[in-house]
Design a protein around this ligand. Structure first.
Ligand code: NAD
Ligand code: G6P
Ligand code: MN
Length: 441
């Protein structure tokens, strides 16, 4: 490919869009776009972020045509990359996803446990519609999805569109973690070649090779044990993230073999985590009072003064950089290392073929080429089989409209584990989600 690109961001009114826009500007030489479209189904949100996009691009890359719209033809026709980051039901329902389980002493989290289950069923409907709307108009575009819960979305989309090889599901947490590891070890994150296996928000780093081919994982584990663990940009992270990173030390002390994703703590210490979360003020409240408020205030200010001077929309540029780097790796056929989701098909020998595993891949213009992992040991297999079954049953509950499968999924989830609790939570979630969910019978 050596043409100029049209890129569309679906969920153009997302709190993450301004950071992605900044990254487009930083990457404009290597990833030369000629047209940017922001698409959202909420005009109020879209307009504010869209105006920021117009101003930012006028200042930094005036040749790029910037459009913000609710028109699907404008968004999907002729696009080369479609980046999707939507939140069906908004923060209002995220808050309910997190608060309902906490009523029953169960972890309330966006992507893990009943919160992720509830959000997953909502995301599937809209994500399927977005892929259909795209493919009706465009058979070639890469669909790069970040919408959570990415594990459920990846599994459901692959079941629904088994022959579509240009949908890629991605999470930024592996890169965030590599940045944090690098800071702790005082090395360049770009020099690290990681090996990783698991499901999304449910995996482990097994090796971290440095430029000399030396595996520095043991050194990292020792540093985490002695010094603790912080996000790369600790000064700018909210308290709940600092707490989450700190518990990585406990996980490494308990299970010393690999370095886990931060999210595994919800499954290893479900009671402890639930007891530490505030049932009246969850992460959704923290985000609404923090990131969302800040982004919309700053973007509105940019529009009023018709300039981005003095405007700060991003605390952590890693997210935007990763998103553009993924598209860039495909566009430039870079075959760079990324940890992404792919259908298992033997990558992890002793897990089901249709699991959506998250593993190290080389990414170029034919999509991700995964490294085979081989067999995993009993502890990991037990955990992953359980989580896989939960993810599969969640998707089947959605596709079949099955109450029984929904109850089975929630009962299997390690954060719940009790069928009577699962039933109470499920009944509350059905009420809270209303028409965002299919009718479960
Ligand atoms: P947000 O609510 O600020 O943004 C989402 C936007 O999507 C909103 O403007 C909303 O109006 C829009 N939207 C909702 N449904 C839509 C639809 N059907 N079509 C078009 N637009 C629609 O939420 P956010 O916190 O910015 O997060 C956005 C998404 O990105 C979430 O799913 C979040 O979990 C995900 N995320 C993923 C990663 C990752 O690493 N995979 C990282 C950050 C955020
Ligand atoms: C991490 C995860 C994402 C998640 C994001 C923001 O980067 O990998 O999946 O969406 O954090 O979470 P927040 O709670 O800040 O909205
Ligand atoms: Mn993620």
């Amino acid at each position: 490919m050596n043409k100029k690109l049209k890129v569309t961001v679906v969920g153009g009114g997302s709190t993450w869009t301004p950071g992605i826009l900044n990254a487009f500007v930083r990457h404009q030489e290597r990833f030369p776009i000629s047209e940017l479209v922001l698409f959202d189904n909420n005009w109020e949100r879209q307009e504010v972020i869209g105006k920021y996009a117009e101003i930012l691009f006028k200042e930094n890359c005036p040749d790029v045509k910037v459009t913000y719209t609710m028109d699907k033809d404008v968004a999907y026709k002729d696009a080369d990359f479609i980046m999707v980051q939507i939140r069906t039901g908004g923060y209002e329902l995220r808050e309910k996803d997190e608060k309902i389980p906490l009523k029953y002493g169960v972890v309330g989290q966006e992507t893990c446990g009943p919160g992720g289950f509830s959000y997953g069923i909502r995301s599937l409907r809209d994500m399927i519609e977005i892929v259909e709307d795209t493919r009706e108009r465009n058979s070639e575009a890469w669909i790069l999805n970040y919408t959570n819960p990415a594990a459920i979305v990846a599994y459901g989309l692959t079941k629904k569109f088994p022959n579509d090889k240009k949908i890629l599901n991605i999470c930024d947490q592996p890169i965030n973690l590599i940045n944090s590891f690098s800071k702790l070890m005082n090395i360049d994150p770009n020099s690290i070649e990681p090996r990783y296996f698991g499901l999304n928000h449910f995996g482990w780093f097994t090796h971290l090779y440095d430029n000399d081919g030396k595996d520095v994982l043991k050194e990292l584990k020792d540093l985490i044990k002695s010094n603790g663990f912080l996000p790369a940009d600790a000064a700018e992270r909210d308290q709940s993230w600092l707490d989450t990173y700190a518990l990585v030390r406990d996980m490494v002390l308990d299970f010393d073999e690999f370095v886990p994703s931060t999210y595994l703590q919800y499954y290893f210490y479900p009671e402890y985590k639930a007891s530490k979360l505030n049932p009246n003020y969850t992460r959704a409240n923290e985000v609404m009072d923090g990131r969302e408020k800040m982004i919309f205030e700053e973007c509105s200010k940019a529009a009023q003064q018709n300039s981005t001077e003095g405007i700060h929309v991003v605390k952590n540029e890693a997210h935007g950089d990763m998103i553009i780097s993924i598209a860039e790796a495909i566009y430039l056929n870079e075959n760079k290392y990324f940890i992404v989701m792919v259908e298992n098909n033997g990558i992890i020998e002793n897990l089901p073929d249709d699991a959506q595993v998250e593993v190290t891949c080389l990414l170029g213009n034919r999509g991700p080429i995964p490294f085979n992992y081989g067999k995993i040991d009993t502890f990991y297999k037990g955990l992953l089989e359980n989580q896989y079954a939960y993810e599969k049953l969640t998707c089947e509950a959605y596709f079949e409209g099955s109450y029984t499968k929904a109850l089975q999924a929630l009962t299997l989830n390690r954060t719940v584990n009790d069928a009577k609790k699962a039933r109470k939570i499920l009944d509350d979630l059905i009420e809270a989600n209303g028409s965002f969910w299919p009718k479960l019978k």
